[in-house]
Write a protein of this length. Structure first.
Length: 119
């Protein structure tokens, strides 16, 4: 089984930057796609960005050019560098990962980390 733990959320002013990190640990054969989702109050959880084990990235239109996702496969860690933050980026950010273990193809979600952008 795999666990993922997020870090790096907090309060920042409009135009500021934050870097989120998510580390996966546990027993697995392979970590596949890792990514970040976010959920604002009263809204659904949406994809922000994800990255395959080979480094192929995918971004929501709303964050293209401002957010950068990267990963360190040796550390089973994914990062989300966020710049030019705006109040509409305020949300709980969740780490998500697909992986393979002896049970087959599985997925795991983190507990979430709150990002608050003040105007």
């Amino acid at each position: 089984q795999v666990q993922v733990v997020e870090s790096g959320g907090g309060l920042v002013q409009t135009g500021g930057s934050l870097r989120l990190a998510c580390a996966a640990s546990g027993s697995f054969f392979r970590i596949n796609t890792m990514g970040w989702y976010r959920q604002a109050p009263g809204k659904q959880r949406d994809l922000v960005a994800d990255i395959t084990s080979g480094g192929v990235t995918n971004y929501a239109d709303s964050v293209k050019g401002r957010f950068t996702i990267s990963r360190d496969n040796a550390k089973n860690t994914v990062y989300l560098q966020m710049v030019s933050l705006a109040p509409e980026d305020t949300a709980v950010y969740y780490c998500h990962s697909n992986y393979i273990d002896s049970s087959g193809y599985l997925e795991v979600w983190g507990q979430g980390t709150l990002v608050t952008v003040s105007s």
